[in-house]
Write a protein that binds this ligand. Structure first.
Ligand SMILES: Nc1nc2c(ncn2[C@@H]2O[C@H](COP(=O)(O)OP(=O)(O)OP(=O)(O)O)[C@@H](O)[C@H]2O)c(=O)[nH]1
Ligand SMILES: [Mg+2]
Length: 196
């Protein structure tokens, strides 16, 4: 897949505002500050399409971007940010679950993890939930530029070992700094779009 055009469509926390056409959607999700917006920008080769920030929890709404006029990339708000209240966390769950549930346009869910960290309860539960609801997904390990090659190899081994059924899950190593993994992600997205 080649990205020719990328435009911001809307930022919303209301289901009523989600696009209602039948265009396929690819969702980008992960912990606060993991690098979701940076990944999206790198994939579309636009520096500031999705807003990035050093302050965790910056993206609080669901952002829809129209790519090539034919597919939506969807930047989801980050979860697991310790400083937000329980009420806000509940709201995150409701918003994201409301988006994921009964959404036939969703063709793939990209779960983004920091390559330096092991998955926690949230990630394992999320993957189990995606399996249960038959939502196709793959995992991107980001910020690989912060690890040496040997550390990365070791981390990939440890991270995959933490997911039950990891043999069936595609993992891609990625860095927004170096662009490593960008083409692989686009290929993976393309293959999910073909499976529709
Ligand atoms: N070194 C390095 N830093 C990165 C990479 N990706 C993102 N960052 C940095 O990590 C911070 C968070 O990046 P964002 O893309 O805003 O993260 P996010 O997941 O969208 O954050 P929220 O929307 O707040 O949940 C920023 O300071 C980025 O510059 C990467 O691949 N390598
Ligand atoms: Mg963001």
């Amino acid at each position: 897949m080649r990205v020719k055009t990328a435009e911001f469509l809307c930022s919303t926390a209301r289901r009523a505002d989600f696009p209602r056409d039948a265009l396929p959607q690819i969702a980008f999700a992960g912990r606060s500050n993991v690098g979701k917006s940076s990944l999206l920008n790198t994939v579309v080769r636009r520096k500031n399409l999705a807003r990035t920030s050093a302050t965790p929890g910056r993206t609080r709404q669901i952002n829809f971007f129209l790519i090539n006029g034919t597919v939506y990339f969807v930047d989801l708000p980050g979860y697991g940010y310790a400083k937000v209240s329980k009420a806000m966390r509940r709201q995150w769950g409701k918003l994201v679950e409301g988006y994921l549930r009964d959404n036939p346009a969703l063709k793939a869910f990209i779960l983004i993890l920091d390559a330096r960290r092991l998955p926690e309860k949230e990630e394992l539960e999320l993957v189990a939930w995606l399996d249960l609801h038959n939502i196709p997904y793959f995992i991107v390990l980001t910020k690989t530029d912060k690890l040496s090659r040997s550390e990365l190899v070791r981390q990939i081994r440890r991270i995959t070992a933490a997911f039950p059924g990891a043999e069936a899950i595609p993992f891609i190593a990625f860095s927004a700094r170096t662009g490593e993994g960008r083409d692989e992600i686009l290929k993976m997205i393309e293959s999910h779009l073909k499976n529709t």
